[in-house]
Design a protein around this ligand. Structure first.
Ligand SMILES: Cc1ncc(C[n+]2csc(CCOP(=O)(O)OP(=O)(O)O)c2C)c(N)n1
Length: 634
C-alpha cells in the first residue's frame, strides 16, 4: 500500500499526481476488503464511493471545508483519507473506531449521522451559520439515492432553494437503498440516467456550465433560461432547477478527474447546487457487485468465497416474525405489511413475495409509513408496520396523532429493540418504551421468547386498537418453552414463584433473568421470576400481589432508566404505599456506543453475572457477592 501509507492526515491526498489517483483507489479498495472481511461492517456502499470521496478530498480543504455524510455508513474512505487507518483494526468494536462519523474522532467529522436524510438540512444550517458569522468554507452534503426518499430531504431542498445558501449536495446515486430503491424519485433519477435524449441535453448543459472559466450567477441563469425553452421532460434535473437549485449531472462517479472538475465548477457557482453522481454499489468486489444487498452490512466473511464465517444456527426474532406474518397473511386477507426501506432487515421479504399487492415498501419514510398505515386502517385493513426501534423514533407524532388518537388498529412490529451492538449510539433501540408506553390507548408488548412473539402477533391481530410488539436483534430465545401462559390483555406472567425477592424482566431480558434465577437457585435462594410481557398497560393486579408477598422488587430491562418499565413500576409502588425496596436495573440515561452486544451488556451490568451481583446485593448476601467477584464469570 505504498500510496495509502503516505496518507497520515487530512489533505495528504493532494500530494499525488493524477496518474496516482486510480492506483490509490485500488489500494483503498483492497484495504477496505481486507479489513471489513475481518471485522464486519458496511462494505458495498463504501466500495461504491471510493472515487467520489477521493475527488471531494482533492477539491476541498479540510477541516475548513465540511462534508456531511448522510447516514454515515459510507464514510470509511473519508476516515482513511483523514489518517485513521489504524482505527480499522478495531472497527465498530467496544472502545474502537466507530463505523459512522464521530466528532470525537476527528475535526473532519463535522456532523454525526446514522439515521438517514439529515445531511442537507444540516449542511444548509452550517452554510447559513458560515454566512452569519463570516466563517469561510464550503459545505457539502453527500446523500445516497436511498436516503433521497426520506421526507426531510424535501423539506431541506425546499428551504435550500429559498435561502440560496452556497451549499453543494452530492447525490450519490447507485440505484440501490439497502434493498432495491423504490418510488417516484428513484424512477425520476433513473430516467435522468438512462434516457438517450437527456444525455444530449445534459452534455450541452454541462459544457455550458463547466467549460467556460469563471462561471457566475449570470451564466447559470442563462443556461437555465436555455433549458426552460426545452420541454421540461427532456431536461435533466428540472425538478431541482424549479426549486431554485442548480442541477449538474449525471456524471460518472468512478471517474475522479471528471468529478474533480465538476465539483470545482459547482463550488465556484457559489449557490445551491446538486451534483448528480452515478456510482456502482459494491464496486471492485464481484460478490458485492452481484449481491449489494447482502454486502450492505456484513459480518466477518471469507474474502475468497464471499461467505460469512459465522453460521446462523438459530432463527432470529426477525425470522420468527417474518414467518408468522406470512401465515397470518393467509388467515387475514385484510392484513397488509409496510416497511420503510427495510424489507429484508425486518423479515418481510417472504410476505412481499407471496402477497405483493399487500406489501408496501415506502422508502426511508418512517413518518409516512405510520400515517399511511393509519389511512389503511381507516379503510378497513390491518396494517403491520415493521420498523427498527431507533428509526421509529422519528415517527412519534404520527403514532400519537394519526394512529393512537383515533384508536386505529395498527400493529407496530418494533424490531431491534434493545442493544443492537456495533452500529452504535444512533442505532441502539433503548428508548422505545419511553416514547411508546405513555401514549394513551397504545398497548405495548415485549414477548420473552420466539413462541410468545408469535402468540403476541395473534393477540395483536384480534385486538381492536393500536399495538406495539417489541423484540430484539439476533437469535430468538428458545428457552422457557413450557412456560407460556395465554397472552391476555395487560397480564404479566409469573414464571417461578419464590419469596422475598421478585425479579420482573422485560422482553429479551427474561432470558438473562432466567439465567440469573438459575444461578441463585443453585446458591440456595428462592426468588420469584416474572415475565412483564405487557409494558403498557401495567399489570397492576399482579404488582399488588407481588407487593403482598415480597420485600424486594427488582425490574430488569434493556432500556434507559427514564421512561422505562422499571420507572413505571416504581411510580406505581410509590403511589400505592409499598414499604419494601424497589430497584430498577436498566441502562443509565446515556447514549450507548458501539461494541458487541455481549460486551456492552457486560459493561452495563446487563448480563447474567451483573444481574446476579445486583440481586445478591439486594438480598444482602455478602459472602456470595465475594464469590461472584472471585469467579467473575458464571
Ligand atoms: C431513518 C432511517 N431509516 C432506515 C435506515 C437504514 N438504512 C441505512 S442505509 C440505508 C440505505 C441508504 O441508501 P442510500 O442512501 O442510497 O445509500 P447506499 O447505501 O446505497 O450508498 C437504509 C435504509 C436509516 N439509516 N435511517
Amino acid at each position: 500500500m505504498e500510496r495509502l501509507d503516505k496518507i497520515e492526515q487530512p489533505n495528504d491526498i493532494k500530494q499525488f499526481e493524477e496518474e496516482d489517483w486510480e492506483p490509490l483507489a485500488g489500494e483503498i479498495r483492497q484495504f477496505l476488503l481486507d479489513h471489513v472481511s475481518r471485522t464486519g461492517g458496511h462494505l458495498a456502499s463504501n466500495l461504491g464511493c471510493v472515487e467520489l470521496t477521493m475527488a471531494l478530498h482533492l477539491v476541498l480543504e479540510l477541516p475548513r471545508d465540511r462534508i456531511i455524510w448522510d447516514v454515515g455508513h459510507q464514510c470509511y474512505t473519508h476516515k482513511l483519507l483523514t489518517g485513521r487507518k489504524e482505527g480499522f483494526d478495531h472497527l465498530r468494536q467496544l472502545g474502537g473506531m466507530s463505523g459512522f462519523p464521530k466528532r470525537v474522532e476527528s475535526d473532519t467529522d463535522v456532523f454525526e449521522t446514522g439515521h438517514s436524510s439529515t445531511s442537507i438540512s444540516a449542511a444548509i444550517g452550517m452554510a447559513k451559520a458560515g454566512e452569519l458569522t463570516g466563517t469561510e468554507g464550503t459545505v457539502v452534503a453527500v446523500i445516497g439515492d436511498g436516503s433521497f426518499t426520506g421526507g426531510l430531504t424535501y423539506e431541506a431542498l425546499n428551504n435550500l432553494g429559498r435561502l440560496k445558501s452556497s451549499c453543494m449536495v452530492v447525490l450519490n446515486d447507485n440505484d440501490m437503498s439497502i434493498d432495491e430503491n423504490v418510488g417516484g424519485m428513484s424512477n425520476y433519477l433513473n430516467k435522468i440516467r438512462v434516457g438517450q435524449a437527456y444525455n444530449g441535453v445534459k452534455s450541452g448543459v454541462e459544457k455550458g456550465l463547466l467549460n467556460i472559466p469563471g462561471i457566475g450567477e449570470g451564466l447559470a441563469k442563462a443556461v437555465k433560461r436555455g433549458k426552460d425553452s426545452i420541454k421540461e421532460l427532456l431536461v435533466p434535473g428540472m425538478f431541482f432547477e424549479d426549486l431554485g437549485i442548480t442541477y449538474i449531472g449525471p456524471i460518472d462517479g468512478h471517474n475522479i478527474s471528471k468529478m474533480v472538475d465538476t465539483f470545482q465548477a459547482a463550488i465556484k457557482l457559489n449557490r445551491p447546487v446538486v451534483v448528480h453522481v452515478k456510482t456502482q454499489k459494491g464496486r471492485g468486489y464481484r460478490y458485492a457487485e452481484k449481491h449489494p444487498k447482502y454486502f450492505h452490512g456484513v459480518e466477518p466473511f471469507d474474502l475468497k468465497t464471499g461467505k460469512v464465517l459465522k453460521k446462523q444456527t438459530k432463527m432470529t426474532n426477525t425470522g420468527v416474525f417474518g414467518r408468522k406474518l406470512l401465515a397470518l397473511g393467509e388467515q387475514y386477507p385484510n392484513l397488509v405489511a409496510i416497511t420503510a426501506a427495510m424489507a429484508s432487515g425486518t423479515g418481510l421479504e417472504k410476505f412481499a413475495n407471496v402477497y405483493p399487492a399487500r406489501f408496501f415498501d415506502v422508502g426511508i419514510a418512517e413518518q409516512h409509513a405510520v400515517t399511511f398505515a393509519a389511512g389503511l386502517a381507516s379503510g378497513g385493513m390491518i396494517p403491520v408496520v415493521a420498523v427498527y426501534s431507533s428509526f421509529l423514533q422519528r415517527a412519534y407524532d404520527q403514532i400519537l396523532h394519526d394512529v393512537c388518537l383515533q384508536g386505529l388498529h395498527v400493529i407496530f412490529a418494533v424490531d431491534r429493540s434493545g442493544l443492537v451492538g456495533q452500529d452504535g449510539a444512533t442505532h441502539q433501540g433503548i428508548f422505545d418504551t419511553a416514547y411508546l408506553s405513555h401514549i394513551p390507548g397504545l398497548t405495548v408488548i415485549a414477548p420473552k421468547n420466539r413462541y410468545e412473539l408469535t402468540k403476541s402477533m395473534e393477540f395483536a391481530m384480534e385486538f381492536q386498537g393500536p399495538v406495539a410488539i417489541k423484540y430484539s436483534r439476533g437469535d430468538a430465545f428458545y428457552g422457557l418453552k413450557e412456560q407460556l401462559a395465554p397472552v391476555e390483555y395487560g397480564k404479566s406472567e409469573i414464571l417461578f414463584q419464590g419469596k422475598r425477592l421478585a425479579l420482573l424482566a422485560v422482553g429479551n431480558m427474561v432470558e438473562i433473568a432466567y439465567e440469573a434465577y438459575e444461578r441463585l437457585t443453585e446458591l440456595g435462594f428462592s426468588i420469584t421470576l416474572v415475565n412483564a410481557r405487557f409494558i403498557s398497560p401495567l399489570d397492576e393486579e399482579m404488582l399488588k400481589q407481588l407487593a403482598r408477598e415480597h420485600e424486594i422488587i427488582v425490574t430488569l430491562e434493556e432500556h434507559v432508566q427514564t421512561g422505562g418499565y422499571g420507572q413505571a413500576v416504581s411510580a406505581f409502588y410509590m403511589q400505592n404505599g409499598f414499604r419494601g425496596r424497589v430497584r430498577n436495573i436498566a441502562i443509565p440515561d446515556c447514549f450507548v456506543e458501539h461494541g458487541r452486544v455481549d460486551a456492552l451488556r457486560e459493561k452495563l451490568g446487563l448480563n447474567a453475572s451483573g444481574v446476579v451481583r445486583a440481586l445478591l446485593e439486594d438480598l444482602d448476601a455478602k459472602e456470595q457477592i465475594q464469590n461472584v467477584k472471585i469467579k467473575k464469570e458464571f
